[in-house]
Ligand binder design. Sequence first.
Ligand SMILES: NC(=O)c1ccc[n+]([C@@H]2O[C@H](COP(=O)([O-])OP(=O)(O)OC[C@H]3O[C@@H](n4cnc5c(N)ncnc54)[C@H](OP(=O)(O)O)[C@@H]3O)[C@@H](O)[C@H]2O)c1
Length: 334
Amino acid sequence: MTETRTHLIELGDGLRVSRQGYGGMSLSDVYGPVTDDDALRTLTHAVDAGVTFVDTANIYGGGRSERTVARLLRTRRDQVQLASKFGILTGGGIGRRGIRGDREYVREQIELSLSRLGTDHLDLYYQHRVDPNVPIEDTVGALAELVAEGKILHIGLSEATGEEIRRAATVHPIAAVQTEWSIVSRDVEAHVIPAVRDLGIGFVPYSPLSRQWLTGLFDAAALTEGDGRPKFPRFAPEALAANRPVLAEVLDVARDADVTPAQLALAWLYDKGRALDLPVAPIPGTRFTERVDENLAAADIALAPEHVARLDALAGRVVGARSANPQWVSAGRE
Ligand SMILES: NC(=O)c1ccc[n+]([C@@H]2O[C@H](COP(=O)([O-])OP(=O)(O)OC[C@H]3O[C@@H](n4cnc5c(N)ncnc54)[C@H](OP(=O)(O)O)[C@@H]3O)[C@@H](O)[C@H]2O)c1
């Protein structure tokens, strides 16, 4: 336990979390089947190993992810920094879903999440997507009420633009911004990262392994029904083919650096955090305990500058957008 505590880093607004989180979307069948008991075993292993920053959302597996996290919390609530999200409406398919950020919805969803999670508070509550019909100041105002009531301790934003982050922070301190960031998805570096650095907000990179593609183990032929990845432009057959040389270079650098490709992808993010003096806590998701250990080891890897330089050159060569709808992510609205 002592060891866990010593590995906490501070994001923003005084929120301290493990320097690597656990991506709780993998507690449901989003990227392949998993039983609830196996999901709980992997999650428990992560927390035992010191990955105490647990990321979930109201929509993951239609509430299944939060319900599995609840089973962990029964005995481990005080050891976990618990984050969940609201804002994306189910139905409509990837890139075409509705978004709500009005006060009534915020208040309804926190109660549903707390009830599914079996706890009386979240450490961090993210707006999952910014509602184009509700000023972000109003949504953050509703979240500030939840802070005052003790239902959440900190506020986060996901896929907000740099300008939206700056506006949000005028209403209440923002602890974390969670947006896709990886060797092959670097659009956040233009406006979002400068905003969070200016405001003292921590960054939580999601899909740090580019939804497994960066590990070299993604196999389009082996996908099970319901796997959402083929809907992303980058996972279209022609994009996967065009990006093969980029992946080959990632795998080559990993061999040179004597780390696994997953560790390389995560170590690249930690390197960026150090270079930018930015608290960074990536949240890779996996169904397997061994991969939790493999990924966590990346937090102690320092990459050589020549390896970082080779990886830095790759994003510009990638074919296929990271989102099916550019408006759905911050880059399309900057
Ligand atoms: N805010 C948002 O809009 C948003 C969007 C997406 C995700 N997220 C959050 O971010 C978390 C992580 O993102 P993500 O799950 O999309 O992508 P990711 O972490 O980049 O990749 C997850 C995929 O990589 C595989 N994987 C993990 N570790 C591996 C390893 N060491 N070697 C080989 N394969 C490995 C997993 O499969 P196995 O299970 O087979 O290991 C899974 O298919 C999610 O769980 C979720 O909490 C947030």
